[in-house]
Design a protein around this ligand. Structure first.
Ligand SMILES: [Zn+2]
Ligand SMILES: [Zn+2]
Length: 145
């Protein structure tokens, strides 16, 4: 007899993850027209990071990828509402693979002044992106977004 595949019944945590990502997605859509969504977006980000800290297993690789894409867009869109100012590009350091933020594509400029102690060590210092707050923590799975 052919066996019918049992559909995966989402766990409570998985449902919470989907809802939290949707909440961030909605905020990111709104961020295109208004910077007023920043607080709402910050709450959605905090909620997602809390869920990740507690229920890492409820996140698929796609959830993690998509959440980071959303977070990158949010940074870019909120920054676009601010008055445009000129920035000075910084030269690549030894070991830098990219000359821009891996998440929001912002070129590394004079605003990249903070190194993140959590994901940096002697071999490599990660700078924190001033636009979307990315560093190496997301890539190392220390934090979701
Ligand atoms: Zn960035
Ligand atoms: Zn970090």
């Amino acid at each position: 007899m052919p066996t019918t595949p049992v559909p995966h019944k989402p766990t409570k945590a998985e449902i919470a993850v989907e809802e939290a990502i949707e909440r961030l997605r909605v905020a990111v859509v709104k961020s295109r027209s208004t910077p007023g969504v920043a607080d709402e977006a910050a709450k959605a980000i905090e909620h997602l990071n809390q869920l990740y800290a507690k229920h890492k297993e409820a996140f698929t690789a796609e959830d993690i990828r998509f959440s980071n894409v959303l977070r990158g867009f949010l940074g870019e869109r909120l920054a676009a509402h601010k008055p445009k100012t000129a920035h000075t590009k910084k030269a690549k350091r030894k070991g830098d693979k990219l000359d821009h933020c891996w998440r929001c594509q912002t070129p590394v400029d004079e605003r990249f002044t903070t190194n993140c102690p959590k994901c940096s060590d002697k071999s490599y210092q990660w700078r924190v992106c001033p636009v979307c707050n990315a560093c190496g923590c997301q890539r190392a799975g220390l934090v979701l977004i």
